[in-house]
Design a protein around this ligand. Sequence first.
Ligand code: SF4
Ligand code: SF4
Length: 304
Amino acid sequence: MSATLTGRITEIQRFCIHDGPGIRTTVFLKGCPLRCVWCHNPETQRAAPQLAFTAAACIGCGACVPACAQGAQRLAGGTRVLDRPACTACGACATACPAGALELVGRPVTVAEVIAAVERDRPFYLQSGGGLTLSGGEPLAQADFATALLAAARAAGLHTCVETCSQVDPAVIDRVIPLVDLFLCDLKETDPERHRAWTGVGNQRILANLRRLHAAGAHMRLRCPLIPGLNDREDHVAGIAALARELPGIEGVEVMPFHRLGEGKRARFGLGDGPAAGIQAADPAAVRAWKERLAALGVPLLAA
Ligand code: SF4
Ligand code: SF4
């Protein structure tokens, strides 16, 4: 795979300690086949680039207005206004903005650029047992780019993790298995109809891919989001326990309590109130009770 192959990412986040072992650099790839109502990273759902605006950083200078060939930017009473349907996400306004209030998220980057950024923290990986994590979005939705990144990381001797929703072509799973040290597999909802209602797709392919990974001997963890009022049900807890018994080779299960940080991101991308607007953050007592219930059913729990 070529080091010049490009893909779309939203962010390279350094010093992550919740995306696999040790200190890691997490690369968020853009695009996802799911539309989880509780999505923490709504800016990664669409594959195409998107313009982000941070209102608090805007100084009202108006430099973005003439920069936009589409006439999508204007000032009204000193306030910058964006006509999002007219925006083609060219990024010219972000280049012109002197205050860093505008950012084009999802520009193409090469494999070599990403690996160079990841390499900066190699000493921390060596000390802590960390490395590179691909997340998103669904990283395997950009199959060629993700495969090339993982191959380059492997060639550089870096530990590799992939956080995946597993709603991907099984052939892609087979391609990346030899390149991944640890899969962090989301298991959002065990009831297929609820899964469809809350993510846009059923969970049949996801479950089949989890079984595929397990049968291939892949190192894997299950990551289970706890969404108050949606999947905090006894039958889902029992479903997780049943799957954990069926896949005894998994390292364990991480419980991922819902938080509301994704809502702030929605505002930056002009996405309006999300469907998670009415969902409360998981409170610590509920998280404890969920973990106790899982442990009582024999589920091996890991600190997330
Ligand atoms: S990204 Fe391009 S099209 Fe969109 S508002 Fe900025 S200059 Fe205009
Ligand atoms: S160029 Fe930047 S700081 Fe100036 S009005 Fe536009 S968004 Fe605000």
